[in-house]
Every structure is written in C-alpha cells, then in structure tokens.
Design a protein around this ligand. Structure first.
Ligand SMILES: [Zn+2]
Length: 156
C-alpha cells in the first residue's frame, strides 16, 4: 500500500470550487475529483460541478449521478487513462470545515466501491478565498484496507 500524505489541487480545480461557491452562495455545492499519483503526492487535476440535476440545500448536497458518471468516463478517456477518479468534494457553511458522520460514512462507502482509496474534500464556503484554500479546506483519505481516516496535507 502506497502511503499518501499530501494532496495538491491544481489551479483549474480550485477555480471550479470558487465559481461553484459564488454561484450557489448560501447553499452547499460539490462534485467529483479526478487526478493521478506522483510518488506519494496525490495530484488533483480537475473537479466537476454537481451537474444539472444536483440538489443544493443549506446543509445538504447531492450530485447528479448521471452527469458525474459521464464526467468521470469522459475525463479518464481524454487522458488516455492517466487520470482516475479520486473522490468527492463539497462545501459546508463553515469557516473551518469539519466532516459530519454522514460524510465519513459516505467516504467509507466510496473507498470500498473503488477497491483502493478515496478522498473527501470539504471546503468552508464562508468568506472563501482561493488564496486561503489550504486553510479553508480539509482533505480526508480512506484506504479500503485500513479502518482509520487520515487528514492529508493540502497544497504543500
Ligand atoms: Zn458534509
């Protein structure tokens, strides 16, 4: 098992977070993360939005499953399979985001269905500024064979 301790979000992904936060001000937003591994650093190349049928509420978000599946398939195909599905992201109406029990439960489920590892990125949407991204977001990783969740260091 490769030990991943850091995650780097590329500009393109952070721009997607910012535009979704602005578009759905006061409501949660989210999507999926696509990326690749470079040694022990996880690189997030792209993030999707939630899609046309996503549910955005004050304390709830659910992505549009058809849109997400299509986005993942298209991005993996366009990258000649160099990129893979890495996990999910969503916002919380918080400054310092903390995961809910439901968040950890769903991270556990997605890592099990991926058969490997998955990450969950939670972004505090209150006063969000891209330059403070690493202070206003947390990334939690769950390996399918380990029982614990780990926090990853952001954009080292
Ligand atoms: Zn959450």
């Amino acid at each position: 098992m490769q030990s991943i301790k850091k995650v780097h979000y590329k500009k393109q992904a952070i721009e997607m977070f910012q535009s979704e936060i602005e578009k759905f001000e006061g409501l949660e937003s989210g999507g999926v993360l696509i990326g690749h591994l470079e040694d022990d650093v996880l690189i997030i190349d792209k993030a999707s939005n939630g899609g046309p049928n996503a549910v955005h509420e004050e304390f709830y978000f659910r992505a549009d499953p058809n849109y997400i599946d299509m986005f993942i398939d298209m991005e993996i195909a366009n990258s000649d399979c160099k990129l893979r599905y890495i996990g999910e992201w969503h916002t919380h109406p918080q400054i310092d985001p903390t995961p809910s029990d439901l968040d950890l439960q769903s991270l556990n489920e997605i890592s099990e269905s991926s058969g490997d590892f998955c990450i969950l990125l939670i972004i505090g949407a209150i006063n969000f500024q891209p330059k403070f991204f690493s202070k206003q977001a947390i990334s939690i990783i769950k390996h399918v064979k380990e029982r614990k969740f780990y926090l990853l260091k952001l954009n080292p």
